[in-house]
Write a protein that binds this ligand. Structure first.
Ligand code: UFG
Length: 325
């Protein structure tokens, strides 16, 4: 299949592109390289540097490549940053996606897989969280993703558009090949920061909040290995291409780890001890986000292959020690 992937040079995008090319698909990566890395795109995928808001350029690209579907990763992703600069999140995540959707409509592309997030649930009442849980984000990042989900629902109801929205829990780890991995600048995610501390690049790791209503007082997240998450995109694509209806799926393992548990596992994997300091809560953080992923398993036939925190952190550590970008 011919697939256009926006944000395909980013962390989740590049792991998905690697899998899709290995499966024999013809991939065009569209990325403005604001956060992505050109080196993360495999040689057998085509790369074009373009911003999704550049409608004229995007139209030309789509008319030439003629993708059968779009996988749309390109977005700002940091919860903390979204509370400091919400407007830029609306411009990039909402306005950018609307530009993409209008270009898709103009060029006759009617299938999209959208990168959504567990952050749309805010502080959910039911844990593990089913997709039926009300969408009530508590930070601007989650709001922008919820906005796009609403738009997709409305547009698909009254046009040919079919979409799958994948609500990611916490993507983690790296491809075991060591060729690609997580690389944000600045890095704000827990696992890479803990590993940089183990490596000696940082003096200490901060725990943001120790007074959450969780067993050890720190936030709990559902860390899903990046290749299991990439696989969900492949299955979602196959689902849409075989006539599946628009749908929303959680992507996670249904198991959560606290910030302290992540730090302890990182100490075990790296065999390093390092300084841990307790700080106040980071704005916008929900206490617990753990997925109910029954729907992903039953409808898309997804199976977790790397559901093992030690393995996840080992692959991230391997990447951290031998990063290419
Ligand atoms: N944390 C720390 N110290 C740090 C960094 C993070 O204690 O130095 C804590 C955070 O407060 C949070 C947890 O570790 O409780 C995980 O934080 P991350 O920044 O790694 O990830 P988030 O849960 O904030 O967000 C990630 C993605 C979002 C996605 C969300 C879904 O960045 O895009 O997972 O759960 F929406």
């Amino acid at each position: 299949m011919k697939i256009a992937v926006t944000g395909g040079a980013g962390y989740i995008g590049s792991h998905t592109v690697k899998l899709l090319t290995e499966e024999g698909h013809n991939i065009l990566v569209i990325d403005n390289l604001y956060n992505g890395h050109r080196e993360a795109v495999p040689d057998n995928a085509t790369f074009i540097k373009c911003d999704i808001r550049d409608i004229e350029n995007l139209k030309e690209i789509f008319n030439e490549f003629k993708p059968e579907a779009v996988i749309h990763f390109a977005a700002f992703i940091e919860v903390g940053e979204s509370t400091k600069n919400p407007l830029s999140f609306y411009i990039n995540n909402v306005s950018g996606t609307l530009s993409l959707l209008s270009t898709m409509e103009e060029t006759g592309i009617d299938k999209i897989i959208f990168s959504s997030t567990a952050a749309v649930y805010g502080n959910p009442k039911t844990v593990p969280i089913p997709e039926t849980e009300p969408v009530k984000p508590i930070n601007p990042y989650g709001q922008t993703k919820a906005c796009v989900e609403k738009a997709l629902k409305d547009i698909s109801q009254f046009s040919n558009l079919k979409y799958v929205s994948l609500r990611y829990f916490n993507a983690a780890g790296a491809d075991p090949s060591g060729l690609i991995g997580e690389s944000h600048n600045p890095e704000t995610h827990l696992i890479p920061l803990v590993l940089k501390t183990a490596k000696g690049e940082r003096e200490q790791i901060s725990i943001f909040g120790t007074d959450y209503p969780t067993p050890d007082g720190t936030c709990i997240r559902d860390y899903i290995h990046i290749n299991d998450l990439a696989k969900a995109h492949l299955l979602a694509l196959e689902y849409l291409m075989s006539g599946g209806e628009s749908n929303v799926f959680n992507c996670g393992y249904g198991k959560g780890y606290s910030v302290r548990e992540i730090i302890d596992m990182a100490k075990k994997v790296t065999e390093k001890d390092f300084k841990v300091v307790e700080e106040k809560r980071r704005e916008g953080d929900p206490a617990i986000l753990v997925a109910d992923s029954k729907k992903l398993k039953s409808i898309l036939n997804w199976k977790a292959e790397f559901d093992d925190l030690e393995f996840i952190i080992k692959t991230a550590w391997n990447w951290e020690l031998n990063r290419r970008f």
